[in-house]
Design a protein around this ligand. Structure first.
Ligand SMILES: Nc1ncnc2c1ncn2[C@@H]1O[C@H](COP(=O)(O)OP(=O)(O)O)[C@@H](O)[C@H]1O
Ligand SMILES: [Mg+2]
Length: 425
């Protein structure tokens, strides 16, 4: 970086980063970025950076105004993956504003500050308080792109994407439907890029649920592992909504699908490097590869219906995953299709007691809503955005992303559940 606030003289720090140093940079992944600028001289290179080809997949929105504008804005709006904030405030004032900004931002949002004070104390304080980078104005377009790349495409860095694996305790319990709807809600609520990967190659339904019929998808990737990189993966994705894309299953039986235990590892790793959220729709089976996918995901969501075989299987899945992932919280539980008329059911309390976990969501049996959505290739939220079940799906989206609900928005669906889960941590 040319002009970070290291202990150098202003002359030394002024050397403009030339654009050819950018030619080696890999593309910025599908992240959402919001920039708040106080001066035209900072806004204009950011604007130009947003048009750079390396930024083609990222969504960048520019606002005029500094810290106060950002704080006000995030009272109600979801926070992006990255905030770039220009501030002319003095060091102490700036630190105070950032404290206020942190209160309305999600903890995993990254922050780059563009300041007007070349002050090493400030630089250290900012980095210590979790700011990813402090850059002193003036800045060039190349500075912006490289500082973003440094945070999001460094091959040494952790993949940015969070992988969430959904599996049913039995077939047909609604695991895929919930996975797709949670993915869709995440993409529309948080305007954050979500990739859905359908790992049920023979019978996957993501293509039906999202009304897509792509010629290529996950099969091309899993059968040609040597070709997988971000560019190839990109070609295999089918766009389903503004911020949602699908790695679709072929859902045909012209070949058989036996895989090695690590067959999906590289696809998952690559997808995690290209988007912040990855939803893995895992079929109901127990094989080397499915066990590995579940063992390595950041979160596992088990969907079950309230009857005995489901309870037994859920208990086995949870116990086994606890052993495979001793340093992770247990899987999350969704109890689905509750209240099927005339079906004898195990109560939620009796179902969860042997599992020793609280359900993250309890979803009633609602054949009309689910049936209409499935038959029309639409999501529940598109069919009836105000339905209580859609509220539960949204809560699940918040819990899984660790997002805070905007204060002004009313809580929906299962009311205090999110709060209860938070308190449990
Ligand atoms: N809460 C619910 N009420 C009514 N039908 C549901 C509910 N959840 C899922 N379904 C329906 O159940 C069927 C099986 O769902 P699916 O997601 O394919 O299950 P899985 O992936 O667990 O095999 C689908 O037709 C879906 O629309
Ligand atoms: Mg399924």
């Amino acid at each position: 970086m040319s002009n970070l606030a290291y202990e150098t003289s202003p002359e030394e720090t002024r050397v403009d980063t030339d654009t050819h140093s950018m030619s080696e940079l890999r593309p910025i992944p599908r992240i959402s970025i919001q920039a708040f600028c106080e001066t035209e001289s900072v806004a204009s290179p950011i604007e130009r950076a947003s048009e750079d080809r390396r930024m083609a997949k990222a969504h960048l929105k520019l606002h005029m105004g500094g810290a106060a504008t950002a704080i006000e804005f995030y009272q109600t709006a979801p926070t992006p993956n990255l905030i770039i904030l220009e501030s002319r405030q003095e060091p102490r004032e700036l630190l105070e504003s950032l404290g206020q900004l942190a209160e309305v931002c999600d903890p995993n949002t990254k922050v780059i500050i563009i300041g007007h004070y070349n002050d090493v104390w400030l630089y250290r304080e900012l980095i210590r308080s979790g700011v990813s980078e402090y850059v002193v104005a003036p800045i060039s377009m190349a500075d912006i792109v490289s500082v973003i790349a440094q945070i999001f495409v460094d091959p040494e860095a952790e993949p940015i994407g969070k992988a969430m694996a959904f599996i049913g305790a039995k077939g047909g319990v609604g695991s895929s439907t919930i996975a797709h709807n949670v993915a869709w809600e995440m993409s529309s609520l948080f305007q954050s890029e979500v990739v859905v990967a359908d790992l049920d190659l023979a019978f996957g339904t993501a293509n039906i649920n999202f009304d897509q019929d792509p010629a290529q998808g996950i099969a091309e990737a899993v059968f040609a592992p040597e070709r997988i990189d971000e560019v190839y993966l990109d070609r295999l994705l089918a766009q389903c909504a503004e911020h949602l894309s699908l790695l679709a299953a072929p859902s045909t039986l012209d070949r058989i699908y036996d895989f090695d235990a690590d067959a999906f590892a590289q696809i998952i790793d690559t997808a995690q490097r290209s988007a912040p959220l990855l939803v893995l729709d895992v079929p109901h089976l127990w094989s080397g590869w499915s066990r590995n996918v579940l063992a390595r995901a950041d979160d596992v969501i088990v969907t079950a219906t309230p009857e005995l075989a489901n309870l037994r299987n859920t208990k086995n899945i949870i116990d086994t995953l606890k052993k495979l992932r001793p340093n992770d919280p247990p899987p999350k539980l969704v109890i689905n299709q509750v209240g099927i008329p005339k079906r004898p059911e195990i109560s939620v309390a009796d179902f969860t007691e042997p599992l020793e976990i609280e359900p993250a969501a309890v979803i009633p049996f609602e054949p009309q809503l689910f049936g209409n959505a499935a038959n029309n290739g639409r999501m529940l939220g598109e069919m009836d955005a105000n339905h209580a079940i859609v509220g539960s799906v949204r809560e699940l989206a918040h819990v899984l992303t660790g997002r805070i609900e905007p204060k002004s928005k009313k809580k929906s669906g299962l009311g205090g559940l999110l709060g209860k889960l938070k308190r449990k941590k």
